[in-house]
Design a protein around this ligand. Sequence first.
Ligand code: C2E
Ligand code: MG
Ligand code: MG
Ligand code: MG
Length: 282
Amino acid sequence: RAKHDGRGGYRFFEPAMDAEARKRRQMELDLHDAIAGGQLSLMFQPLFNLSEARVSAFEALLRWNHPTRGLVSPADFIPLAEDTGLILPIGEWVIREACRAARHWPDHVRIAVNVSPVQFRSPGLSAVILQALAESGLAPHRLELEITESLFIDNPAATLSSLHGLRDLGVRVALDDFGTGYSSLSYLRAFPFDKIKIDRSFIMDLLSSDGATAIIRSITTLAEALGMETTAEGVENAGQLDILREQGCSHIQGFYFSKPISEAHVAAMLHDDAPPAMRLAS
Ligand code: C2E
Ligand code: MG
Ligand code: MG
Ligand code: MG
């Protein structure tokens, strides 16, 4: 089926686009059922404090176990959830579930939760956080919200005021995927983030490019001067770890230490974190 495109040519790709649109519409409907159907779950990936040689936090990572498609990656369904507004109930579920999971962990172990820009801009976020903290009994300083640089592009003033509002609740704020967006040093000065998470792309280049090492060095120097922690994302081998340690990175996260694990495995790791700690001890 070719359609006239109104400019003297023909388009042959429309049936394929219809199929794509139909699939998307179906995924949208399915996503509606995901929460009530118990298809969402969280995995937890540890963040390791290098100087204390122990786990300092777990990041909650969302999983969707679709009835027929199997495990759908968050990279595939978060954008859909954002477009449809479903990110609000899903994001609320994540915050409550993450706080519930963390409530019996040791005091020094935090829970980090990713907050989508859409969720961040929604007026209800503070109330959701307050309720999750109240019902779990989790101390606010043990909850760390991960936001991305993209929030500063549209309306930096509103973003700053929301960030201060969240800080007033007593929760921590981390800047995720640092270096990938429209990085600007001005917002590092404007808001005292607790932590900068250096994007995995810089870690991937560490063993092949001196430039990547220099970038890590400048980020950790800057962060330290500003009183912020640094976490390197996506650390996959000992060579990367050595460089990160040398360049003054305070925390690492990645498959080299641990993949995302289930809540039950978190308990086991916290009970006996000797094996990974031994591997990482300098
Ligand atoms: P992110 O927040 O930057 O999370 C890190 C991602 O890198 C996770 O992918 C994690 O599994 C992966 N990763 C960790 N260590 C390594 C490593 O050593 N090597 C490699 N290759 N990958 C590693 P995941 O779980 O697929 O999540 C992807 C993204 O989806 C997250 O990136 C985050 O932006 C988003 N996301 C996940 N859960 C949520 C959520 O609950 N809410 C929102 N809004 N976004 C979420
Ligand atoms: Mg994150
Ligand atoms: Mg990240
Ligand atoms: Mg990332």
